[in-house]
Write a new protein. Structure first.
Length: 263
């Protein structure tokens, strides 16, 4: 696992965007062999998406022959609901870049058979040869996507009941009332993320410090699902100074020393 520590959220986001763009540009893409990118929602990736949009508009990046798979979606929200993740992705990325919308893969929160929807999602990932790079964020309890504490580290795309903590955290998007947040969602599994050839996680803010300590300095534990990255051959966590508040001084010094030429 690599840990890159930046001064603030803006610098961390810019580094992450440039890393993703570099991976996309270096990949020899065709319609038969696309670059497959996993994507999250929420506040963490917004600046990353803005930078990717800027690079597309400047002609330095293209989403041609790129397929995307999103991490999750609320059950019961239609595609045009302003808090659905399908709506979020269109507003914050897809409507502003040159991606073929037929190459956009999103879980359907209104699917008549949610379990079948999850099975078909996994099949689609496999059919395209797997995910090349999965971008993600981390919850304050160490979760990835909607794989909350206690989720199996080998889990696949499935239906997930959301915890009270998650609904409280997301209430700000639903008028401040946790009761308005859907109680269930479709989410890729921890195993789905771990199957990606590369995983890049952005973690910023002091409210993530306790979880980052558990993920980096403690053992692999399904109570902190992102700790699974300790077992991934190509995992990067890009963070800011606030997020490392609870790491040992020696740990911070170590990662800053070995990554000083990459910041």
């Amino acid at each position: 696992m690599r840990l890159l520590i930046h001064k603030n959220h803006e610098e961390a986001s810019l580094w992450a965007a440039n890393y993703i763009a570099g991976r996309m540009n270096a990949y020899t893409r065709t319609a038969e062999k696309p670059f497959v990118l996993g994507l999250p929602t929420g506040s963490s990736p917004l600046l990353i998406y803005r930078e990717l949009i800027r690079q597309v508009q400047e002609g330095r990046l293209t989403f041609a022959d790129v397929h995307t798979f999103n991490m999750d979606e609320y059950i019961g929200l239609s595609a045009d609901h302003p808090q659905s993740y399908r709506y979020y992705m269109k507003e914050n990325l897809f409507n502003h870049v040159d991606i073929d919308h037929a190459n956009v893969h999103l879980l359907d929160g209104m699917a008549k058979d949610p379990q079948e929807e999850c099975r078909l999602y996994e099949e689609a990932i496999t059919r395209l040869g797997g995910i090349d790079l999965f971008l993600g964020g981390m919850g304050s309890d160490g979760h990835i996507a909607f794989n909350e504490p206690g989720s199996s580290l080998t889990s696949r795309t499935r239906i997930k009941t959301l915890t009270e903590e998650t609904r409280n955290a997301n209430a700000r998007f639903f008028g401040g009332d946790p009761a308005n947040v859907p109680a269930t969602a479709l989410t890729v599994g921890v195993g789905t993320v771990m199957d990606a050839r590369e995983v890049l996680i952005i973690v910023t803010g002091r409210n993530k410090a306790r979880a980052l300590h558990a993920v980096v300095e403690e053992g692999v534990n399904h109570k902190w699902t992102l700790s699974c990255l300790q077992m991934h051959p190509r995992a990067i966590i890009v963070c800011d100074e606030d997020a490392v508040d609870e790491l040992k001084v020696g740990t911070v010094r170590y990662f800053k020393d070995i990554e000083q030429d990459h910041i």
